[in-house]
Design a protein around this ligand. Structure first.
Ligand code: GLS
Length: 833
């Protein structure tokens, strides 16, 4: 029926347990109601998007009901709260996740099927919120899921980019970027909260003044411009809990007061132009992963969301606790990399200039409140802002940073009286050449806790990048190995495997991933192994269909699916993977009769738009695919696929269908990786170096169940110290020589013989990522992979052991560690209705 009266707040009637039939009919009624009242349509004219939106509102209504009770409980309990500050949250689609976390997925599927609607099809209507670049942003999203699942009070603070990570198109094999208009059909998951708007200042100057009735001098900041921040709240459900936390994303709007001045002065167009400049701040995500780009707008973005968030935290804290003296007892602010590190200076400014704290007291509160997570060892990713730019945009913060630095270096000098070099390295300001503010140093000095994201990464931080800080404050440092949420990365993305696991060992693994260990007891059960293999096969068939639908390539579903999906970066060495593909191709062309293990090599990932070498690698992969996929000699035995526009939704199709996980970064360069964990959780075997979390994954799953190759961090360093000569590998390895020669011959660049010269130059001149040095070991290891794959039963056993032993890498474990050791926060479960 489509007769309807009002939008129900909930699908359930309060307190009454419904039988399945009643629940289905309520769901259907709610859908019809939402179609009518939210979309303004009835069934006659509704399209799939209308149904998606109606369904999203049904789920949203339930989440909001739980959110309201959560907010009340947290306030009542005066709970300590985690504020996770991150310039990126790569949340992925929300509807499927919301249904799963609410325990409504299957009921909804039936209720929809009953009306002739297909849940999967509606789920595909959701635009992907791509508000992040890669691992760092996706980690923040996994953390939000785990924080809520563990009933920990938390707010994620970030930026509501109007354009997320660009849409990647492939044209003639080249990457082309198109804007990501993810908001163009509206966003049912957010609620704008203009009533919690805040005002943010930029530019101008500072002045000293005397406050009424006070003898002390104060500083005030007279800005050149003000911008308004409007919070947009996205509810974050947890699995099987009443708690719902918030992701609060800030949108920039023009400051009205400033506009009014301009309007009054008769400059109507000038005022409107200013409005556009203000709104630019949250217009677009910077598409660089692991690289700083010293652009003014980026610093504006960072300061904008951090300043908005701190005002919000202070408002909430004063509401519940009355004074800021005890801020650190009730608020733990985590800095997700240095992007929000300006928060250290901003909190000092707020406490001193706006709330009249003395320096020492303000500093103690600040240090106790902040924690800092480092996410990279790559030197080009360490953020440094020119002092000129900084002072122009944030004049008061530059003064505060100078003062922090002055006091800090005085303390260092006491401890190391005759060590000017150390002082120079520790200083918040880089001297020599253009003076720059070092954001990592600011984050270290302003935080009580500093952590890396995998054991090896933390060790390298202590020994290299942050060595001086480690020597100063060893107790501040700890490791928190990354994790992933098993809800999205197994339960949701691989429903067949999730069901087999639950039928075999029960479903406690969903919130206690270590329970997967119980699968080991079933390793010798042939029926179980066959079921496992059959599921992988089905997943591969469905990926094969997707590949055919998206890029028109027919792949052999019985071949090994060998997958590398991640941002394109030289240190991740997609290039070494392509060189291996070319080598396999050469062998098949030379010896067409030889027995080979068929492979489908799949690539996915975006290159930063300004990163020429990464874009050339994308082109090379596509060019090799063109040649290989059209050569009948290798038909059925080798295929190469580049899937355009890799994102979270696509990842959810890829991990469940993968046999082999490529984790082949140069040792010492990948801080952790998290895709590596998603593959293993879904029963793919890893070929990898001793880098990032690979080290710990191998430790957990066992050396026998992991394909290890390549130089270690120490060997890479030693090799570079004596002078790495890539030519000698070219000269002494005929297969490698042939592979590079084929590229040089122009086989992959008809009509453009020089196209790939920069790649060959990079390999042969300095090979900074040790591709040449690791190549032979990689190829040899791949041969071992192929032989192992031929023994399908052995492979399945190894796959099961990977899944069974991956429990450590649940984000629930990671978050529990942060909560206990850094944030000192406790669970505050919300009571059911
Ligand atoms: C990154 C690292 O490169 C990854 O190794 C890491 O897994 C991730 C989350 O900690 O952070 N750092 C970065 O700038 N982008 C990343 O993905």
């Amino acid at each position: 029926s489509n007769t309807t009266t009002e939008v129900p707040l909930s699908l359930e009637s309060a307190g009454v347990a419904l039988d399945a039939e009643a629940q289905v009919s309520q769901i259907q009624q709610a859908l019809v109601n939402n179609l009518y009242w939210v979309q303004g349509k009835d069934e006659q004219f509704a399209n799939a998007h209308d149904y998606y939106t109606a369904l999203a509102h049904s789920v949203r209504n339930q989440l909001l009901q739980k959110r309201i009770r959560t907010a009340k409980t947290y306030a009542q309990e005066r709970a300590k709260t985690v504020y996770y500050m991150s310039a990126e949250f790569l949340m992925g689609r929300q509807l499927g996740n919301g249904l799963i976390n609410l325990g409504l997925y299957d009921t909804m599927r039936h209720a929809l099927a009953d009306c002739g609607l297909d849940l999967d099809e509606l789920l595909e209507r959701e635009a992907e919120p791509g508000l992040g670049n890669g691992g760092l942003g996706r980690l923040a999203a996994c953390f939000m899921d785990s924080l809520t699942t563990l009933n920990l009070p938390a707010v994620g603070y970030g930026i509501r980019y109007e354009f997320g990570i660009f849409t990647q198109l492939i044209r003639q094999g080249h990457q082309v970027e198109a804007p990501d208009k993810w908001l163009s059909y509206g966003n049912p998951w957010e609620i704008a909260r203009p009533d919690y708007r805040v005002e943010i200042k930029f530019g101008g100057h500072t002045e000293v003044y005397k406050k009424d009735g006070d003898d002390d001098y104060q500083v005030r900041w007279i800005p050149a411009q003000t911008v308004i921040g409007i919070p947009h709240d996205v509810p974050v459900p947890g699995y099987g809990t009443e708690n719902v936390n918030l992701l609060r994303l800030w949108k920039a709007e023009a400051g009205e007061a400033f506009d009014l001045d301009a309007f009054n002065a008769g400059d109507y167009f000038g005022a409107v132009a200013n409005k556009m400049i203000s709104e630019n701040i949250t217009k677009v995500l910077y598409p660089n992963d692991e690289t700083r780009q010293g652009k003014e707008l980026r610093l504006q973005q960072q300061y904008f969301f951090v300043a908005c968030s701190l005002q919000d935290i202070i408002r909430l804290h004063l509401r519940d606790h009355g004074s800021l003296e005890n801020l650190a007892e009730f608020a733990a602010i985590q800095l997700n990399d240095t992007h929000p590190a300006i928060g250290v200076a901003e909190l000092m400014r707020l406490l001193i200039d706006e709330y009249n704290f003395e320096w020492a007291a303000a500093w103690q509160i600040t240090q106790r409140t902040f924690g800092y997570t480092n996410h990279t060892l790559m030197p080009e990713a360490l953020e440094k802002w020119s002092v000129d730019l900084f002072g122009k945009l944030l004049p008061r913060h530059l003064e505060i940073i100078y003062e922090i630095n002055h006091r800090f270096l005085a303390q260092v000098k006491l401890r190391y009286p005759n060590d000017p070099d150390r002082l120079e390295r520790l200083s918040l300001i880089e001297e020599g050449g253009e003076r720059r503010v070092r954001m990592a140093n600011l984050a270290c000095v302003g935080s009580h806790a500093i952590n890396g994201v995998a054991a090896l990464h933390t060790e390298l931080l202590k020994q290299e990048v942050l060595q001086d800080f480690y020597e100063l404050w060893p107790d501040k440092f700890s490791n928190k190995t990354n994790g992933i949420t098993p809800r999205r990365w197994l339960l949701q993305c691989n429903p067949r495997l999730a069901q087999l696991i639950s039928e075999t060992i029960g479903d406690s693994w969903i919130t206690n991933l270590d329970d997967l260990k119980q699968l080991e007891a079933h390793l010798d059960n042939e029926v179980f192994r066959h079921a496992w293999q059959a599921i992988k096969q089905e997943n591969k068939w469905s990926l094969a269909r997707y590949i055919h639908d998206t890029v028109g390539i027919k792949v052999n579903p019985d071949s090994m699916f060998d997958v590398q999906i991640k941002r394109i970066h030289e240190y991740k060495r997609q290039l070494m993977n392509v060189l291996h593909v070319i080598t396999l191709y050469n062998r098949m062309v030379q010896n067409p009769g030889d027995h080979v293990v068929p492979r489908t090599v799949i690539f996915g990932g975006k290159a930063a738009p300004g990163y020429a070498m990464a874009k050339l690698v994308v082109k090379l992969v596509n060019a090799v695919a063109d040649v290989v996929n059209n050569d009948p000699i290798v038909a059925g035995r080798l295929k190469v696929v580049f899937l355009p526009n890799y994102n979270v939704s696509q990842a959810q199709r890829l991990f469940p269908a993968s046999d082999l996980s490529e984790q082949i970064s140069t040792a010492g360069m990948e801080a952790s990786g998290t895709g590596n964990m998603k593959f293993a959780l879904n029963g793919a075997l890893t070929i990898g170096t001793l880098d990032g979390a690979n080290v710990e994954i191998r430790e957990e799953v066992g050396a026998d169940n992991f394909f290890l190759f390549g130089l270690t961090t120490e060997q890479v360093a030693a090799c570079k110290a004596v002078g790495h000569n890539p030519w000698c590998y070219y000269d002494t390895n005929p297969e490698l020589k042939r592979t590079l020669d084929v590229i040089a011959s122009g086989l992959f660049s008809p009509g453009e013989p020089d196209l790939f010269l920069p790649i060959l130059d990079s390999l042969l001149v300095d090979d900074p990522y040790m591709v040449m040095a690791d190549f032979a070991a990689y190829v040899q290891c791949q041969e071992h992979v192929s032989r192992t794959y031929e023994d399908r039963d052995r492979w399945v056993r190894m796959a099961i052991l990977n899944t069974a032993r991956i429990g450590k890498f649940s984000a629930d474990r990671t978050i529990a560690d942060y909560a206990r050791e850094i944030w000192k926060v406790k669970a505050v479960p919300v009571a059911g209705e």
